[in-house]
Design a protein around this ligand. Structure first.
Ligand SMILES: NC(=O)CCC(=O)C(=O)O
Length: 264
């Protein structure tokens, strides 16, 4: 299966520019043969949180129509990164996923809000999981900071996900955490992790390094430190073989773990 990862250079608050750029890159990935295309986090507005009342996509209508139409026209699955949305009087960081018929298969509001980037001051957290299938591929999607919560990704893996998609805006100063956490999530859940970070060349400090990690922990691909459309071949069938090699799911002892979890 060919995965198209789009390391987009997201313009701060530049919605029109971002839509045009995303469309150009999605078309480019499809032209290169991508069957699943993945975008980064908050690609419509960037982190222009103070301007959300002006810029956020009301009920995600524009983003949904955009992603659905392209998925259908190009015959590709699109894991639509995430976009800032307004639902009722609240704002969210929302991930939409469309299959290659243009059908919405996943809608997810980021569950863990990242205080260092002020998300908690502007956004509402979601509390639903994000499990979906793309054809016969059992998958799930979480967003950026969510990867610091292993129990959240484990919940999706226990629910059957074999591929975890992670759109992100992960800044350069913590890129070592990004590398390590993504690899850990792949190894512990024995699943593919496909993580797409944004890029920026100006004030904001994002250097890409998107990653595809295999269920045994091998890094299959790392993105360049520049805007990039990369199409990478992956073999999802190895998940079952890896899970058979070390039967972590059979060896889990959930009865032990519930006793050690403490509330703060
Ligand atoms: N956009 C995000 O959620 C950033 C998360 C991050 O940078 C981290 O260190 O965690």
């Amino acid at each position: 299966m060919k995965i198209g990862c789009i390391q987009l250079n997201v313009g701060f608050g530049k919605v029109e520019e971002n839509f045009a750029r995303a469309e150009e890159k999605i078309r480019e990935a499809a032209k290169q043969g991508a069957e699943i295309i993945v975008l980064p986090e908050m690609w419509n507005t960037g982190y222009a949180l103070e301007k959300l009342s002006e810029l956020a996509d009301v009920n995600g209508e524009r983003s949904k129509a955009f992603l659905s139409n392209l998925a259908k026209e190009l015959g590709v699955h699109i894991v639509g990164g995430s976009v800032s949305t307004k639902k009722g009087d609240k704002f969210y960081n929302t991930m939409y996923t469309f299959d290659n018929n243009g059908e919405l298969v996943g809608e997810y509001n980021k569950a863990h809000l990242f205080r260092l980037m002020d998300e908690h001051l502007y956004l509402e957290a979601g509390d639903e999981m994000n499990r979906f299938a793309l054809g016969d591929i059992e998958a799930a999607g979480v967003i950026c900071y969510d990867i610091r919560f292993p129990e959240w990704l484990r919940a999706h893996a226990l629910d059957g996900a074999k591929v975890l998609f992670v759109p992100a805006q992960w800044p350069t100063p913590r890129i070592d955490h990004w590398n390590t956490l993504l690899q850990a999530r792949a190894i512990e859940n024995q699943c593919f992790v496909i993580a797409v970070n944004r890029i920026s060349r100006k004030v904001e400090n994002f250097n890409g390094q998107s990653m595809i990690i295999q269920p045994w922990g091998e890094v299959l691909w790392v993105g360049a430190e520049d805007e990039e459309v990369a199409v990478i071949d992956v073999d999802f069938s190895i998940v079952d073989e890896v899970r058979g090699r070390i039967p972590v799911y059979d060896d889990r002892r959930p009865a032990l773990y519930s006793g050690v979890v403490t509330e703060n």
